[in-house]
Design a protein around this ligand. Structure first.
Ligand code: KIV
Length: 285
């Protein structure tokens, strides 16, 4: 039976019923297929693709065009899953108009169901402009990698009462602006749990503890494909780097020793054609 695609009202109902929402990043067609087959609720085509796919050392260089291409692939791989496009640095910082224009590109060109953008109070007018275009918006607060320079690096936020107040105020402002969901990254559960209980919209966590309404992880961390570093909040469920490296070592050994390919990997000539080929070969000898 075809999977039923969940929408925002389903996520609100899940929150109300205490049913946790599952969210994962994906950047390509096959992984999106796996995620949909596994029954994931939401997919984020994160700008983390800069590090996980392109090998940049941050998300900063990621462009709108790259995001669109990866969203298109994920959309094709997971047609019945709620897909979120992530607005890269430079796509919404300059003006409300540009933010709305780029958000519309995600919907028109890649067919995503929502967009996510980083920032709290300071991006409220951007959120409103995108909502005015009829697009579902997910806020992202706490550790916001695109502005890591301003928040002291890739560090957990809200660990002091004063810093927690800023996170809480950002969360309240985002709900007030009309965003349909909120993601909190790397914030203590004492803070994120309070926010999740306070807000009516679903509050998702990446590194913000179990008291939120659902969890997000980066697929490349979860399956052990991204090995440069692993944040504290990651739980690894597979070791793809090891599996793939070992498979490639076996392949290299087999090719070098002649163990691959064997007869079973070959296409043989159609019956009766081999004799004719011998005549053809004679012409060239
Ligand atoms: O790009 C991404 O994957 C993200 C997560 C780190 C939240 O924004």
């Amino acid at each position: 039976m075809e999977k039923k695609k969940l929408m925002v009202h389903d996520f609100v109902r899940m929150k109300q019923e205490g049913q946790k929402i599952t969210w994962i990043t994906s950047y390509d067609y096959p992984t999106a297929q796996f995620a949909e087959a596994a029954g994931i609720d939401m997919i984020l085509v994160g700008d983390s693709l800069g590090m996980c796919v392109y090998g940049y050392d941050s998300t900063v260089p990621v462009t709108m065009d790259q995001c669109i291409v990866h969203c298109e692939a994920v959309r094709r791989g997971a047609p019945n899953t709620f897909v979120v496009g992530d607005m890269p640095l430079g796509s919404y910082q300059v003006s409300d108009e540009e933010a709305a224009r780029n958000a519309i590109r995600f919907i028109k060109e890649a067919g995503v169901d929502a967009i996510k953008l980083e920032g709290g109070k300071r991006v409220i007018s951007r959120i409103e402009a995108i909502l005015d275009s009829g697009i579902v918006v997910i806020g992202h607060i706490g550790l916001t990698p695109q502005s890591s320079g301003q928040i002291g690096g890739h560090k957990a936020q809200g660990r002091t009462a004063e810093s927690a107040r800023l996170v809480i105020e950002d969360a309240l402002a985002i709900e007030e602006a009309g965003a349909q969901m909120l993601l909190i990254e790397a914030v203590p559960p004492e803070v994120s749990g309070f926010i999740a209980r306070k807000l009516k919209i679903p509050v998702l966590s990446i590194g913000a503890g179990a008291d939120c309404d659902g969890q997000l992880l980066i697929i490349s961390d979860l399956i052990g494909q991204f090995t440069a570093f692993t944040p504290k909040f990651v739980k690894r469920y597979a070791n793809v780097a090891e599996v793939v490296t070992n498979a490639l070592k076996e392949y290299i050994k087999d090719v070098q020793s002649g163990a691959f390919p064997t007869d079973e990997h070959c296409y043989h000539m159609i019956k009766g054609e081999e004799e004719k080929l011998r005549e053809v070969i004679k012409e060239y000898e």
